[in-house]
Design a protein around this ligand. Structure first.
Ligand code: HEM
Length: 127
């Protein structure tokens, strides 16, 4: 009972499709492709688990991998402001492609925007 979670509003099927399309965009983005593995199978699987819990669904990511510690897990990669923008543009485009619209899209994108800013760990101007 009570209000549906964002996870329930989007639905597992649309969330999974969104993440599949998102990583297909990432793999084609010149600023992102170099820092991601060639085979994104495992990345996609983990992101489906993570976003499920991020949106109020079951804690699939934590059950398998422990606390997300997202910023710490991103430290090995140079996340510049440009890469954060690129990441968000791949997501924006994926939302268009799967037809995620309305308030739920705005809510989700805004949260991703804030999280993406938090992942920035270098200005990228010092080499
Ligand atoms: C993993 C890049 C933002 C969630 C990764 C990986 C890279 C990356 C290179 C490793 C992929 C792999 O080895 O499988 C970036 C960049 C971002 C960004 C450039 C731009 C700001 C985000 C945001 C979220 C997120 C906003 C969540 C809302 C994750 C998760 C993983 C991951 C859950 C898997 C962690 C694990 O290995 O368990 N990211 N990321 N990332 N990212 Fe990001």
């Amino acid at each position: 009972q009570g209000n549906p979670t964002p996870y329930e509003l989007i639905g597992e099927g649309q969330l999974h499709k969104l993440i599949d399309v998102f990583y297909s965009n990432v793999s084609q983005h010149p600023d992102l492709q170099p820092i991601f593995p060639d085979d994104l199978t495992e990345t996609v699987r983990k992101q489906k688990q993570f976003m499920t819990q991020y949106l109020g669904g079951p804690s699939l990511y934590t059950e398998e991998h422990g606390h997300p510690m997202l910023r710490a897990r991103h430290i090995p990669f140079e996340i510049t402001p440009e890469r954060a923008k690129a990441w968000l543009s791949c997501m924006y485009q994926a939302m268009d492609e799967v037809g995620l619209e309305g308030e739920i899209r705005e809510f989700f994108y805004h949260r991703l925007y804030l999280t993406a800013q938090h992942m920035i760990n270098t200005s990228g101007t010092d080499g």
